[in-house]
Structures are given as C-alpha cells and as structure tokens.
Write a protein that binds this ligand. Structure first.
Ligand SMILES: Nc1ncnc2c1ncn2[C@@H]1O[C@H](COP(=O)(O)OP(=O)(O)O)[C@@H](O)[C@H]1O
Ligand SMILES: O=C(O)[C@@H](O)C(=O)COP(=O)(O)O
Length: 424
C-alpha cells in the first residue's frame, strides 16, 4: 500500500465526512477505526482516514494516539498528513487541536502548519481569521451551546493560540486570492517570525484548491473536509487519483432491521428527530433515569423489540440546550456525557443482537461510543446521504452492516428518511 494521503480524524463522524469528500474528489478512500490490526485486509486505496475518538479526551492522550496514527500512515507511504478537525473547530482552551498540531508539526520537522476549518459545502467560511457558520459568527451560532465544546470565540487565531505552544498567524483572503505561491511565501514569513500555525481564510472551494496546493508542498496540515477537498484535487491533478467510480465499493443490500440512535443535541439533530416522528416510532430517553442505572436501557430495548419487525425506530437522548445544561448541572458535564454515550452504545449492541444491520447514528462522540462498542474496524465509503454524510459499509466484520454516522450539525430535516432510503 503506498498512500497518496494520510488523514488522522479526531472523531468518527468527522472521519466519514472527510472520507466522503476524498472519495467524491477521486481518491479511493477507506476509513479505519483506530490503527488497523495487521489481519484486517484493506482494499487498494489512495487515502486512509484513521478515525480516533480524541476530540474530547485529555490532550496528552490525543497527542499520543494521533502520533501513533501518523506513524502508521507514513509507514504506508503517506507523504502528507491531514489532521482532520471539526469545521466548527470544536475544542476547548485545553486542546486538542493545538497540542496535536504542535506534535505532528514537530514530528514532520516542519516549522509551521496551515490550518483552516472552512467547508463551504456546509456553510463554514473563514474571513480575517473569523469562522462563520452561514452568515453567523461561530460564537453567535448554535455551536455556542455545544454540550462538550461550547464555541464562544469566532477568532480562530486567538482560539488556536490559546491551545498551542507557539504563536499563530493569519493568511488573509487577499493573500489566498493571489494563489498558492503567495500562500507559501506567507507561510515562510510567518514561520520566520516564530509562528507554528497559520489560520487561512477561505470562502469558496476555489480558495481551498489554492490552500490544498500550498499545503501539499509541506508534510502536515490541519483542517476540515474543505481542506481535504483542496488536497485531493491537488493530488488528482498530479495523477494520484482513482479511475473507478466512487461509492461502487459498497454496492449491494445488507437487509436486516433498521434503527436510528441520536445523542447529538445540535439544533439540526433536534429538528431531524422532530421530522422523524412523522415516519417512524421515536423514543425520547429519560436521561435522568439513564444516569441512574440500567432500567431505562432495558425499557428502551423492550420498546424497540416490539417494533423492529415493523420498520425502523429512532431512540434519542437529545435535548434542548437548557435541558442539557440542567442535567450537566446535576451530574457534571463529563459524567453526563460519558454515561449517555455508554447507554446508547449498549442499546446499539443489543439492537444488533436483535437483527439490526442498518444503523444511523447522530453525533460524533455518540458515533464513537457506538462503533467502538460494536467492535467495528473499518468502513468503505458509499453514496452521499447529505453534505458530509455518506453511507458506510463495514469492512472486516463477521456480518456486513450499513451505517450512517451523522455529524451533529449536518443534514436536512428529512435526514433520517433519506439515510434509510439509501441503506437497503
Ligand atoms: N440530554 C442530554 N443531556 C446532556 N448531554 C447529552 C444529552 N444527550 C446527549 N448528550 C451528550 O452530548 C454529547 C453530544 O456530542 P456528539 O455525540 O459529538 O454530538 P454532536 O455531533 O452534535 O457534537 C455526548 O457526550 C452525549 O452523550
Ligand atoms: O467537520 C465537521 O463539521 C464534521 O465532520 C465534524 O467533525 C462534526 O463533529 P460532530 O458534530 O461532533 O459530529
């Protein structure tokens, strides 16, 4: 295996989002769950996205796991490593974007790394270093209420500098408009001034193509799927792409029952759950009881077992920002988050034991907990359900499954219906 591109993603939905983008851009791509064991046979691919559940763990653990993944990818020929983070830069002042960037940059022997979370396809743009979600600055968007990483500063130069060992500079839109050579010169100048990272403006895909070309001249970059698009287009232009059709790797139905699990409390997911009530049974979990033992999980499984044979069901812990804050106030943010992720993961395993082979999961941390509990090892990329969300087919599993791991903020109101239509 001689990879054109290696990617380390800090959550599982983000990994599938990136794998989707790379596949659509012409790179044969596989998503692995952590570093794959030697016995896992992977298809011939141009890119591997190693998915880690490292966005919200202690920084030193995130650094160690990211460096292991980087070494595995470079050992398979990857000349460039993209550290895939959230397009809304989900992180806290404790990290982990800054600490991981510092480590990967130093491992690569680079003085500076280009950083941009812009992803125009989903309305993420960066202007003068400020991140916008649509027309709304990040700190005024629903991301300010994220249960684990509330984003309260749209100025990413400030945000990243607070997490990094070295200062952070800006590559503004005027420089990007001048092309890849101008970006390269700006990176060199910022490095000479002692900066270790540079937030790059990007509003359109054409900006990301410029940034992809400039980034590819170095060994490491940090960004969301927009930068992935730029890197992929630069690699395909160099003749490193695939010729076979994207998504063909997952042809064929898997059958079996279908279920949806939602742990995301994003505004988008709350609306999608509401819309799903019109087309399938929806169970809203009592999160207070969920934190108080197994009774709520057992009740949810009894509810689902009565309904699975008749069609898809949806089980959700998702709640409004006020309800989330109230639960966190009573039980602590970390305990509430981990306990609910764990409960949804146990529900997922029990549903698979009851014949579910088509599973839609809403939420990045939630998807990580579910996929880990199911022991899934890798995914092939299928058709796109919504921007940033593909159908995934398990690779290396005893029985094939189809999954959709939906980033909290992605997808339209009819997402659950569209996903199930594409997961026969
Ligand atoms: N009702 C709730 N109250 C508090 N926290 C919740 C609730 N439901 C889910 N959570 C937690 O919120 C976090 C959602 O994160 P994640 O799954 O990554 O969603 P997103 O993709 O929207 O960021 C998880 O830790 C999850 O366990
Ligand atoms: O880049 C993005 O926005 C997504 O790929 C992503 O990482 C979202 O994270 P979650 O909302 O936690 O799924």
């Amino acid at each position: 295996m001689s990879l054109a591109l290696g990617c380390v993603a800090d959550d599982y939905t983000g990994a599938s989002d990136l794998a989707n983008t790379l596949t659509k851009a012409g790179l044969r791509t596989v998503q692995t769950i952590g570093i794959p064991a030697d016995d896992l046979s992977l298809p011939e691919v141009d890119a591997v996205v190693v998915a880690l559940k490292s966005r919200s763990i202690p920084a030193e653990q995130a650094v160690a796991r990211s460096r292991e993944a980087e070494a595995w990818l470079r050992g398979r020929g990857a000349g460039h490593i993209l550290f895939k983070v959230c397009s809304t830069f989900d992180s806290t002042d404790a990290g982990n974007i800054g600490p991981v960037l510092d480590a990967l940059r130093e491992d690569a022997g680079e003085a500076i790394a280009l950083v941009t979370p812009a992803f125009p396809e989903t309305g993420r743009s960066v202007y003068q270093g400020h991140l916008f979600v649509g027309a709304t600055p990040l700190n005024e968007s629903p991301l300010k209420d994220h249960p684990l990483n509330p984003m309260r500063d749209s100025n990413l130069v400030r945000v990243l500098a607070r997490q990094s060992r070295k200062p952070v500079g800006l590559i503004d839109v005027a420089t990007v408009a001048q092309g890849a050579d101008a970006v390269a010169r700006r990176l060199d100048a910022l490095a000479a001034e002692g900066n270790g990272g540079a937030i790059a403006d990007a509003i359109f895909d054409s900006d990301l193509e410029v940034l992809g070309r400039a980034a590819l001249a170095r060994k490491v970059s940090v960004g969301a799927s927009g930068l992935g698009l730029g890197l992929a287009r630069a690699l395909v232009a160099q003749g490193r792409g695939a010729t076979d059709a994207a998504g063909s790797a997952v042809a064929g139905a898997v059958g079996g029952h279908a279920a949806c699990l939602a742990g995301s409390c994003s505004q988008a997911t709350l609306g999608q759950i509401e819309a799903a009530e019109a087309i399938m049974p929806v169970l809203r979990l009592d999160t207070e009881k969920l934190l108080d033992g197994d009774a709520e999980v057992e009740a949810a499984l009894a509810w689902a077992t009565e309904r699975l044979a008749s069609g898809p069901v949806l089980i959700a812990s998702s709640a409004s920002p006020d309800a989330v804050r109230a639960l966190q106030g009573r039980h602590g943010t970390e305990r509430a988050g981990h306990a609910i992720e764990s409960a949804l993961a146990r529900i997922a395993s029990a549903l698979v034991a009851r014949g579910v082979r088509r599973l839609v999961v809403a939420g990045g941390e939630t998807s990580g907990a579910v996929v880990d509990h199911l022991g899934l090892r890798a995914f092939l990329v299928g058709p796109e359900i919504a921007a940033g969300v593909p159908v995934l087919r398990t690779a290396g599993a005893a029985e094939p499954m189809l999954l959709a791991l939906k980033s909290g903020n992605f997808g339209g109101r009819d997402f659950f219906a569209r996903a199930l239509d594409l997961m026969p």
